[in-house]
Design a protein around this ligand. Structure first.
Ligand code: SF4
Length: 340
């Protein structure tokens, strides 16, 4: 992949000192899912998917969110877009309170915030041609049929699918990469400001991944889009992001520019992620062994620091109380007692 196509300059300034107001602000987001059982379907436990997560996303930046499967990043995507209701916390988008929005306001907000899912096949209606699938949202928002179709065809062309060849095809007639292009067109058809991309290339072959990432980079530049990009793949996150947020078992453990995290990851979990990600750069190979074992059960996470059961540096203090995020460098924070 060409560095020219990277979504963010590697020399970009710390967005948090930008004069711009954040486009998206999340504060103290929490989501616990009940586990029910027995004849009366009583709640017997809670899955702590997202716990006290706060972050900002600035206009035209890409915030990458990375962590292992089950760390809560997909739940977080759905909380941002209010596809599920949070138990606590606030989300503000473009200055508006998303959690408190009434249905008409929420409909307007949803035009501006779109989600691209991991599985491009499951998220397409198999009974609609791809032209109709892309035009659908426009029709729902009151655009005339002929205009909706014309705009859908133009957008299909822009994402690399000639509408004369592909417009009347169905999802099952396309490859995985082509389906994801349709999903991207569908997400863009209402001209949103923010795309939340939840593992958008994880289901694709490596060569197709690169094509879709480059397409996303081009679209971002052309349309001044803001991205929240979620992935378990650190190489993808590093490539696309200006700033990165690392999650572990529902919590944020480190956040900083992509450069800062790549050059000097602080939290032992982030270090382990880098150590376990295959790198082409010999300077980036670490002597430390990659992260061992599976994450603990989110129903009953460890007390104190949730990473302590897998951390080579765990101390007595780590079991007592959760460490808070603290500055460890310019625009760089980590939640670990090694830095407090
Ligand atoms: Fe390891 Fe303790 Fe830091 Fe957690 S707080 S990452 S257990 S050293």
């Amino acid at each position: 992949m060409s560095a020219d196509n990277a979504m963010e300059s590697r020399n970009n300034r710390d967005p948090r000192v930008s004069a711009d107001a954040p486009l998206l602000e999340a504060r103290g987001l929490r989501k616990h899912f009940p586990l029910r059982g027995g004849v009366l379907q009583r709640t017997y436990a809670w899955v702590r998917a997202v716990d006290d997560v706060s972050f900002d996303v600035y206009p035209a930046e890409t915030l990458g969110i990375v962590g292992e499967s089950g760390c809560g990043k997909s739940t977080l995507a759905r909380l941002i877009l209010r596809l599920i209701e949070a138990d606590a916390g606030t989300v503000r988008f473009d200055g508006q309170d998303v959690r408190g929005a009434a249905p008409p306001q929420m409909k307007r907000l949803r035009r501006d915030m779109q989600l691209v899912f991991q599985d491009p096949y499951a998220s397409l209606n198999p009974r609609l041609t791809i032209e109709d699938a892309v035009a659908f949202s426009l029709l729902v928002h009151g655009t005339r049929a002929a205009e909706a179709r014309e705009r859908a065809r133009a957008l299909l062309g822009r994402v690399g699918l000639d509408p004369r060849l592909y417009g009347r095809r169905y999802a099952h007639e396309l490859s995985g990469g082509q389906r994801q292009r349709v999903n991207i067109a569908r997400a863009l058809v209402l001209d949103p400001k923010l795309l939340v991309l939840d593992e958008p290339v994880s289901a694709l072959d490596k060569s197709v991944q690169a094509q879709v990432l480059n397409l996303l980079a081009d679209l971002k530049a052309e349309r001044a889009l803001t991205y929240v990009f979620i992935s378990h793949d650190l190489n993808v996150i590093e490539y696309v992001s200006g700033r990165v947020m690392v999650m572990y078992l529902g919590e944020v453990v480190e956040t900083g520019t992509a450069d800062a995290l790549a050059q000097a990851p602080k939290h032992p979990y982030t270090q382990a992620l880098f150590a376990s990600a295959p790198s082409m750069d010999p300077d980036r190979r670490m002597d430390r062994p990659p992260i061992a074992g599976d994450p603990p059960n989110p129903i009953d996470p460890p007390s104190g620091c949730r990473f302590r059961t897998r951390c080579a540096f765990a101390m007595e203090q780590c079991a007592q109380a959760p460490p808070a995020l603290r500055p460890v460098g310019p625009g760089h924070e980590a939640a670990c007692y090694l830095f407090s």
